[in-house]
Write a protein that binds this ligand. Structure first.
Ligand SMILES: Cc1cc2nc3c(=O)[nH]c(=O)nc-3n(C[C@H](O)[C@H](O)[C@H](O)COP(=O)(O)OP(=O)(O)OC[C@H]3O[C@@H](n4cnc5c(N)ncnc54)[C@H](O)[C@@H]3O)c2cc1C
Length: 393
C-alpha cells in the first residue's frame, strides 16, 4: 500500500486545480480517475472551446440551498485569478456576450495548462483506474482501485455529477458522501434542453436549427438569451438557463419580442392597424421568416389588422410577450450540462471544503449542491472550490 499526503478522486476541472494547488504547498498528491483521459468535460465544453469563466461572477449566478455557501471560495479565487493563470500560460482567449470567456482555439489548450501546472507541482495522475472501495481505518482513508491500494489522511472527492454519463460521469461522490453520513440533496438534470410532444414537437422539429432571441421565464426566473429549435423541442442558452428553475408540469413563458413589453407590442400593433401595414412583415424584422409562418399558422390573425378589435390586439400582444408552453420533459442527464442538487453544503465547510463531521474528507466542484448558471460559472466554481480546498488540505 502506498501512502500519499492527499488523494484526489477525479481528474476533472476541480480535481486538477485542487491537486496542483496542494502539491505546490509541498504535499504528495495522487489523483485517481477511471476515465482514459483527464478532464473530458473541459474538452467538449463550450462547443469545443470551453467557456472557462465569466468576467462578472457573483453568488447570484449559483443555485444552492445555502445561498451563502459559495461566497468565500468565489471571493478568494475570483475569475481574474484564473484569467491571470491562463494568460501566464499564453492561452489565446476571446470575450463573448455577457462576459463569457472562451478559448480562442481549442478547449484542449486549457487542459494542457492544468496538466502542465500538475506536472510542475509534481502531482501523480492515475487514469483508467476504477475505484473499488473507500474505507476509513485509524484516521486514514484506504482507497482500493483496480491499480492497487492507496492510503491518505486527506481524501478529496472531486468526481463531479451525473450529467453526460457517456463521458464517464458517475454518482460515486454521492455514494461516498452517504457512506460517511452526509446528506445528499435530490439531484436532477440542469442546463438541459426541454422536450415537447404533440403539435409543438412537430412544429419545433420543422424549425430545427433556427435560433432567435427571447426572454424565457419559469418559476419567477427570467433569462434574456437565444432560443434554439431542435427536433425534440427547445434548447439554446435562454432555455438551458431557465431549465434550472422549471419543474415538470409547470408553465414555461416566453417573450418572443424581448425588446418589447406587452404595452409596447400593443401600441405597435395598433399603429400597424392604423397605417394598414402587414403584421407578418413587421414580425419578420425580429424573427426568422420560417418561425413567423409557423407562428401565424398556430395563432392565426388577419395579415392587415384594419378590422381587428383593440381587445383582440391586446390579447395578441399578450400571446407574443407571454407565450405559455408546457414542456413534456427534459433531455435528462444524457443531455444536461450540469446536475442540480448534490452533497448538502450545510455539512461541508465553505472555507476548507472539509466535511464537518468527518475529518480529512473533502468535497469540491459539481458533486456539491452548487450549480452555476450558463456562462462559465460552473468552471469558475470548479476552479475556486479546487483552490480553496487545495490550500487547506
Ligand atoms: C456538454 C457540457 C458542456 C459544458 N460546458 C460548460 C462550459 O462551457 N462552461 C462551464 O462553466 N461549465 C460547462 N459545463 C459544466 C462543467 O463541465 C462542470 O460543471 C465541471 O466540469 C465540473 O467540474 P468537476 O471537477 O466537479 O467535475 P468533472 O469535471 O466532471 O470531473 C469529474 C471527474 O471524476 C471522474 N469520475 C467520475 N466518476 C468516477 C469514478 N467512479 N471513479 C473514478 N473517477 C470518476 C470523471 O471521469 C471526471 O474526470 C459543461 C458540461 C457539459 C456536460
Amino acid at each position: 500500500m502506498s501512502h500519499w499526503d492527499v488523494i484526489v478522486l477525479g481528474a476533472g476541472a476541480s480535481g486538477l486545480m485542487c491537486s496542483a494547488t496542494a502539491a505546490y504547498q509541498g504535499k504528495s498528491v495522487l489523483v485517481i480517475d477511471h476515465a482514459p483521459k483527464a478532464a473530458a468535460k473541459i474538452r467538449i465544453s463550450g462547443g469545443g472551446k470551453c467557456n472557462f469563466t465569466n468576467l462578472d461572477v457573483s453568488p447570484h449566478n449559483f443555485i444552492c440551498q445555502n445561498a451563502h455557501f459559495v461566497k468565500s471560495a468565489l471571493s478568494r479565487y475570483p475569475s481574474s485569478a484564473f484569467i491571470e493563470l491562463v494568460e501566464r500560460h499564453g492561452l489565446a482567449y476571446e470575450t463573448r456576450e455577457l462576459g463569457k470567456l472562451f478559448c480562442a482555439e481549442r478547449a484542449a489548450d486549457l487542459i494542457q495548462i492544468l496538466r502542465t501546472e500538475c506536472d510542475w507541482a509534481g502531482v501523480n495522475i492515475e487514469l483508467g483506474s476504477e475505484v473499488e472501495s473507500v474505507k476509513f481505518k485509524q484516521d486514514q482513508y484506504q482507497v482500493k482501485t483496480s491499480q492497487g491500494l492507496f492510503s491518505t489522511s486527506k481524501l478529496v472527492v472531486a468526481t463531479g455529477a451525473l450529467s453526460f454519463p457517456k463521458l464517464k460521469a458517475t454518482g460515486i461522490g454521492y455514494d461516498i458522501a452517504q457512506q460517511f453520513g452526509l446528506q445528499v440533496i435530490k439531484t436532477s438534470p440542469g442546463l438541459v434542453p426541454l422536450s415537447f410532444d404533440g403539435k409543438w414537437q412537430a412544429r419545433f422539429s420543422e424549425l430545427s436549427g433556427l435560433s432567435m432571441d427571447i426572454i424565457a421565464t419559469a418559476n419567477g426566473h427570467s433569462f434574456k438569451e437565444a432560443m434554439l429549435f431542435t427536433h425534440k423541442g427547445l434548447s439554446g442558452p435562454g432555455i438551458l438557463q431557465v431549465s434550472n428553475y422549471w419543474k415538470m408540469g409547470q408553465v414555461l413563458e416566453i417573450n418572443l419580442l424581448p425588446e418589447f413589453s406587452i404595452e409596447t407590442v400593443f401600441e405597435a400593433l395598433k399603429s400597424l392597424k392604423l397605417n394598414g401595414k402587414s403584421l407578418p412583415k413587421w414580425l419578420n424584422q425580429f424573427w426568422p421568416k420560417r418561425f413567423t409562418q409557423i407562428w401565424l399558422e398556430a395563432f392565426p390573425i388577419e395579415t392587415v389588422l384594419s378590422n381587428v378589435t383593440d381587445e383582440a390586439l391586446q390579447n395578441y400582444a399578450q400571446q407574443l410577450t407571454h407565450w405559455q408552453l408546457y414542456p413534456a420533459g427534459t433531455g435528462g442527464y444524457g443531455k444536461a450540462e450540469v446536475t442540480l442538487g448534490g452533497v448538502d453544503t450545510d455539512e461541508v465547510s465553505s472555507k476548507t471544503f472539509e466535511a464537518k463531521n468527518q475529518p480529512g474528507l473533502y468535497f469540491i466542484g459539481e458533486v456539491l449542491d452548487v450549480t452555476g448558471h450558463l456562462g462559465g460559472f460552473n468552471f469558475q466554481w470548479a476552479w475556486a472550490s479546487g483552490v480553496a480546498c487545495g490550500l487547506s488540505v
